[in-house]
Design a protein around this ligand. Structure first.
Ligand code: DGJ
Length: 709
């Protein structure tokens, strides 16, 4: 029998890989009973052949190909000087070891081998599909596209993709799965703010709580293409892969090319099941395997919105003191510390401490920070250079450019060519020296512009190489400085994906510290990332990126759920607000194990201005729910809020925490038993009926804590 089966979490996957046929993934969906007889496959999967088509069925194979009769988007596009552009792969070898299937397909016609690896994570059910192409011919093979195709059933009628921009990342973008191709691309040299490489397909009526859903993600921080195609015969496929430019990838004879892995997850209970599977996978596998067990995420202060480029030691000492006094655990010195960096117009690339601002180097500040019981972190943007810098003057040939074309600047800066060996060595040496000579626990690694003319030394397109060399640079630094934690930032969430997350412990989710914007940003983010990697800061009351004024309680209720930070000049905060912030920090520390280790839940509210989300402890002993209004509620009274995920039979004490500074005027009278923390309610009643809350003002939130008695 050529049927291979994988089971994990809530999902099963069936692969048909028979010798001399092309391999197919025939099922990925709800877990099938363990000992069920599957011998009816593949006969069961065979479909009718309509008139006026080819004489045999053309099923969707793992690498769909025109040569096999497939008329949709192919899984492989490439050629040898116009030849060998059709391959017609067939299976040569298959093996399964536990939860991993390895398939070797070859094409005698095109002299190519294709290795496919399919595995499932037993706990979360997240599926991994990898592919590598080997050139067995004696002429180079130019690759333009390689992406395994994952099938969707006809009942997948909806797509939920992502859209966004700077300060508005990860916004969900639902649509019908219409005939044709739904295509999203990044042509920006990085994962991008607007086209996160994630896509969810679902049954009609898919929402957070209901419906079947299949989610897909490409673990790659460079340019990508994400496509979902619906064909005339009902075939539905999803492909995700690297976007390759003309001539960018030439596989030399005997060489192989491995494409970034594609991941998939399945849910039979709406988007909640997707967030739960993906968060569990990142937490238990991706982060744990690559970065080791996470210690409690230190609450940090970041100097950016506190002082911007004005790095004055006295001021920074005062900021560190006020942060430590509130219980903050890490001090991150953002942009502005290096030679000549007084604005965003100059100095990028000159990674030497500015002696005007720090006459004795960073040591006095680091010592101060450490004496206050905090760790020290530093901002860098290694891939970039300002034309006004010593580096650009000395090495104009290190720029990533295309044969002398004049490139538009972005934030007054250009990109360095990481494939240039001397440039790579310089960056490694500068960062290595900084990390070796200073007690730095953390790097915030930024990337603030798109790549517009990414040409390599030979003039060929070099986006893939740039991304791979970035990975290599981080990997080499981590090998030498294994204790240093790295945050991925790209003007906020422009480089958030499971490729960079194999190397970094935090993602700067967005440059927006506005809780009004952040609520939706964090909603989208939560579908693929757990909260402990989600950088979330409490900023000033007047938000510089949106112009909005927001209350402290709303800022707290929003940032509390992520890897918490503060980004504001605390030395200027009134005592009353400092005390409230200290209480929030204490609360976060108490709830941190729950928030960063629990199961996420979100509710459908039927009200675009009302958001309800929470985290339930794995043993269901505790939960926190946030009820958030970003607008005035549609109904005159806050709807009764259900709290799912608890132990049905157990009794829970219901407490309101993190209340707004004052009860909104909108309330003439409020539910008193709830306010007094007197309510004791069974889990089943909380899940089915819920609790009644005070009326919440727009841009306000209430947090509910549930503790099993
Ligand atoms: C963009 C980042 O997203 C900000 O947080 C800050 O680090 C600035 N760059 C500094 O230039």
């Amino acid at each position: 029998m050529s049927l291979y089966r994988l089971d994990g979490g809530n999902a099963s996957c069936l692969v048909w890989a028979a010798k001399d046929q092309a391999a197919r993934l025939i099922y990925f969906g709800k877990k099938l009973p363990t000992n069920v007889d599957l011998s009816a496959f593949p006969a069961l999967a065979e479909r009718a052949v309509p008139q006026n088509t080819l004489d045999q069925e053309v099923p969707l194979t793992l690498i769909p190909e025109r040569a096999l009769g497939f008329t949709g988007h192919p899984g492989l596009i490439g050629h040898r000087a116009g030849q060998d552009w059709l391959a017609a792969f067939v299976v040569a070898e298959v093996s399964q070891i536990e939860n991993k299937i390895s398939i070797l397909q070859n094409s005698a016609h095109a002299c190519l081998d294709l290795d496919l690896a399919i595995s499932i994570d037993p706990l979360s059910g997240v599926l991994f599909v990898g592919a590598a192409l080997t050139n067995k011919g004696d002429v180079g093979f130019e690759l333009q596209w390689l992406a395994p195709a994952l099938p969707l059933p006809v009942r997948a009628e909806k797509l939920v993709g992502f859209e966004g921009r700077w300060t508005r990342e990860f916004r969900l973008s639902p649509r019908d799965f219409a005939p044709g191709i739904h295509l999203r691309e990044s042509r920006r040299g990085r994962t991008s703010h607007d086209s996160f490489p994630g896509l969810i397909a679902g049954t009609s009526g898919l929402n957070w709580e209901e419906g079947e859903a299949w989610a897909f993600h490409l673990a790659w921080s460079g340019e990508h293409r994400v496509l979902a195609e619906r064909l005339w015969d009902g075939t539905r496929q999803v492909q995700m892969g690297m976007l390759l430019h003309p001539g960018e990838v030439m596989i030399a004879p005997g060489q192989s090319l491995c494409v970034p892995g594609m991941y998939a997850s399945y849910s039979d209970h709406g988007l909640n099941g997707i967030a739960q599977a993906n968060q569990s996978y990142v937490r238990q596998q991706l982060a744990a395997q690559n970065l080791g067990p996470l210690r409690p995420r230190p609450i940090l202060i970041n100097t950016w919105e506190a002082v911007y480029f004005s790095h004055d030691q006295k001021k920074l000492f005062a900021l560190a003191e006020s942060a430590a006094a509130l219980g903050i655990e890490r001090f991150v010195l953002d942009d502005g510390w290096f030679k000549g960096r007084d604005s965003d117009e100059k100095a990028l690339g000159d990674w030497y401490v500015d002696a005007r601002k720090f006459p004795e180097g960073l040591t006095p500040l680091i010592d101060k920070v450490k004496s206050l019981g905090m760790e020290f972190g530093l901002w860098v943007e290694p891939e970039m250079v300002n034309p006004k810098s010593e580096l650009a003057a000395a090495h104009p040939d290190w720029l990533l450019s295309h044969q002398g074309l004049k490139e538009p600047s972005g934030r007054n800066q250009h990109v360095l060519n990481l494939a240039h060996p001397d440039c790579f060595a310089y960056l490694f040496d500068r960062l290595d020296e900084l990390l070796s000579n200073n007690d730095i626990a953390y790097l915030k690694w930024d990337h603030n512009r798109d790549l517009t003319q990414p040409g390599g030394l030979d003039g060929k397109a070099s986006v893939k190489a740039q991304t791979e060399n970035l990975y290599r640079l981080i990997d080499q630094l981590r090998a030498k400085h294994p204790k240093v934690e790295i945050e991925s930032c790209a003007s906020g969430g422009g480089r958030a994906d499971w490729g960079i997350l194999q190397r970094t412990l935090r993602i700067w989710t967005s440059d927006s510290n506005d809780p009004h914007e952040r609520q939706r940003i964090q909603e989208g983010f939560s579908l693929f990332f757990p909260p402990e990697v989600m950088g979330a800061h409490i900023g000033p009351g007047h938000v510089h990126t949106s112009g909005r004024h927001v209350s402290l309680s709303f800022r707290v209720a929003t940032a509390l759920f992520g890897h918490l930070g503060v980004e504001s000049d605390l030395t200027e905060w009134p005592e009353k607000e400092r005390k409230a912030l200290a209480r929030a920090i204490t609360l976060h520390k108490r709830l941190r194990p729950l928030l960063h280790g629990g199961t996420p839940w979100r509710l459908e509210t039927n009200d675009p201005g009302l958001i309800v989300h929470g985290v339930v402890a794995p043993d269901r002993s505790q939960a926190v729910y946030a009820v958030v209004c970003t607008d005035s509620t549609r109904e005159g009274v806050t709807p009764t809020v259900r709290c799912p995920g608890l132990d049905d039979a157990a009794l829970y004490q219901v407490k309101l925490i993190g209340m707004p500074e004052r009860l909104p005027y909108l309330n003439k009278k409020v539910p008193m038993a709830l306010l007094g923390g007197m309510l004791k309610v069974p889990g089943a009643v909380l899940a089915q009926f819920g609790v009644n809350l005070p009326i919440i003002e727009p841009d306000g939130a209430i947090l509910i804590e549930l503790i099993r008695l």
